[in-house]
Design a binder for this molecule. Structure first.
Ligand code: HEM
Length: 574
């Protein structure tokens, strides 16, 4: 969520020294990602320039007043803030700010205080501090900071992933878990996951016939997108057998652009006096995305309203009761529409439903795809581990006489080594750089330090999982460490790594995500041996930086069929 930090600002200057970084930043065309708005502002509007300078002086004065107040507090250690920009210059020029924060944590310790513009921020990489924040003081650290992205693209946080903590969040989260993410609901969509996974295998086979290597990143993203839309909208948008190509393209585009913009560092969120000027042009871009989102979501809502109306007409013609309740809902959107409010009115507004659909799709797709991508990347570079997983699958699926059946969700519990591989992969390569930021709802103390009200909390997931105080040889990919510990489940009670975060804001999609990831990994490994493309000696394990946290370069690998031909064309239905 907090991805993209300063990369958007000084993307072209990764090697600048700290002093020159600031100078580069203060040059308007570099600081503000040359856009139409910035050009207009700086080149043609002297008056606005004067207003900005006046506002900056005002801000400096306000900061002086504020800092005299916070001097009385014992804040966690951190680099000394600059006027107005606070610690923003300490992060500038780094393409991967989570790595820069790892460096700073080495200097300042497990809990670090940064002032990003005017936003107080705590950064941690320590399981003790994480437990303090997400377990013992979860009731204090469970709200979300506001941002232009939330206000513009996410309907002001009308869904629940980005909403402030309170009754609205509680109600929507409960509905989503009950109607979409409970064990019985997850089971209901098993057939869709099975079919999509089988189609993925067929696609790999197809792609491998055309070119030796396969772009797994693309295939996995399409797969997760379809699984999510089938679950939420009962409609498949992408790849073979998909419906409505035009709508799919529009959908893909706005989800993709939206996620990208959620990851940028929008200076107006941190220096509020600059907000009205939209100096980087991000807010303008967000408004454009919002228009696209609205068009797609309105269409989805209209289709659902029309199908409800058709059902109602059919019901009244045949004398049957109108199909307007949760019991007869066809998909999750129907459920949302049927939630009872006061006096028979619908409980949720169209905006709230649209916000929910959007955030569930965004939360479910890229995260799941990148977790699969990293795990496969590790297995491609570790052929012995790959063979061990395949042997485990073969044993679990053995139906006698050396014949293997297709691996199903019912086999997944037996695949302990695959679970350990997945766990180790998410420890080293979490789905995102930080969980969605939390915000303190009142002033408190953590590890003896004062934490002011409205402090944003960033848990550096990669740094946490590689903390040498938690693991021996933390940089090494060693799935056996979990077998030695005797726990291959993704939840770590000590919070030494938290792929799904923890506390009341913990990812509600964790179970369906694990089941989907395990199934796809098992299918792809049962069906194929995966090798490096010709001429490649290793997989490039550099991570991209963004809202989610995939490989910098798409994962390409060479599949070789392992099983008899009929396996690849087996029936889709189970
Ligand atoms: C492997 C895949 C996934 C990973 C790694 C992942 C990870 C996360 C993380 C780290 C958070 C932030 C929690 C926090 O704020 O402390 C989160 C929140 C969330 N996730 Fe996931 N997630 C995954 C899949 C899914 C799926 C499949 C869904 C839904 C179908 C989903 C829905 C959500 C929602 C709605 C939130 C916001 C929760 C709230 O604010 O109360 N996620 N996820």
């Amino acid at each position: 969520m907090f991805a993209g930090y300063m990369s958007g600002l000084v993307r072209n200057h990764p090697k600048l020294e700290p002093g020159s970084r600031l100078m580069a930043m203060l040059q308007p065309e570099r600081l503000f990602d040359v856009t139409l708005t910035s050009k207009t502002l700086w080149n043609h509007n002297l008056l606005q320039g004067v207003v900005i300078i006046f506002l900056l002086i005002l801000l400096m004065w306000l900061q002086l007043v504020m800092s005299s107040k916070t001097k009385a507090l014992k804040l966690p250690p951190g680099p000394r803030p600059w006027p107005i920009l606070g610690n923003i210059p300490h992060l500038m020029g780094y393409l991967r700010p989570h790595r820069r924060l790892m460096e700073l944590s080495k200097k300042y310790g497990p809990i670090m205080f940064l002032r990003l513009g005017s936003v107080p921020t705590v950064v941690t990489n320590s399981p003790e501090i994480v437990r303090e924040i997400l377990k013992h003081q979860d009731h204090i650290f469970c709200s979300r900071p506001s941002s232009a992205a939330r206000d513009i693209m996410a309907y002001g946080g009308a869904g629940f992933a980005l909403s402030d903590y309170g009754p609205h969040w509680r109600y929507l989260r409960r509905v989503c878990i009950r109607e979409l993410l409970s064990p019985s609901r997850i089971q209901r969509y098993e057939k869709d996951r099975h079919n999509e996974a089988q189609l993925l295998v067929a696609q790999v086979l197809d792609a491998s016939k055309k070119a030796q290597e396969v772009n797994l990143t693309d295939l996995l993203t399409t797969f997760t997108m379809n699984v999510a839309t089938m679950m939420i909208l009962s409609k498949k948008y992408f790849g073979p057998l998909a419906l409505d190509g035009e709508q799919a393209e529009a959908f893909k585009e706005c989800l993709h652009e939206g996620l990208k913009l959620f990851g940028v560092f929008n200076i107006g969120d941190y220096v509020p006096l600059l907000k009205p000027f939209d100096l980087q042009g991000y807010e303008h871009a967000m408004k454009q995305v919002k228009l696209k989102e609205k068009r797609v979501l309105n269409l989805i809502m209209r289709e659902h309203y029309e199908s409800k109306a058709r059902l109602r007409r059919k019901g009244s013609c045949s004398g049957a009761a109108a199909a307007d309740d949760i019991e007869s809902a066809h998909d999750f959107v129907d459920v949302l529409m049927a939630l009872p409010g006061e006096d028979g009115a619908p409980r949720l507004s169209d905006d709230t439903m649209e916000a929910l659909i959007l955030e569930l799709l965004s939360a479910a797709t890229d995260t799941t795809a990148v977790v699969m991508e990293w795990t496969l990347a590790e297995l491609v570079r570790n052929p012995q581990m790959q063979s061990r997983v395949q042997e485990e699958i073969r044993t679990a699926c053995d139906v006698g006489s050396g014949i293997e059946c297709l691996v199903q969700e019912s086999h997944l519990n037996e695949l302990q080594y695959l679970k350990a591989v997945l766990k180790e992969s998410t420890r080293l390569h979490p789905g995102g750089s930080f969980p969605i930021p939390h915000m303190s709802m009142e002033a408190t103390k953590v590890a003896g330090y004062d934490i002011p009200k409205n402090t944003t909390v960033l848990i550096n997931l990669m740094d946490l999982g590689r903390n040498p105080s938690s693991f021996d040889n933390p940089e090494e990919f060693d799935p056996d460490r979990w077998l030695r510990e005797g726990n291959v489940e993704l939840r770590d009670a000590d919070m030494r790594f938290i792929p799904f975060s923890g506390g009341r804001r913990m990812c509600p999609g964790a179970s369906v995500a694990q089941c989907t990831v395990m199934l796809v990994l098992a299918r792809l490994l049962q069906a194929f041996d995966w090798g490096l493309p010709q001429g490649k000696e290793d997989v490039d394990l550099n991570e991209a930086f963004g809202l989610t946290f995939g490989l910098l370069n798409p994962l390409k690998a060479v599949p070789t069929c392992r099983l008899p031909p009929e396996f690849y064309t087996s029936e889709f239905q189970i």
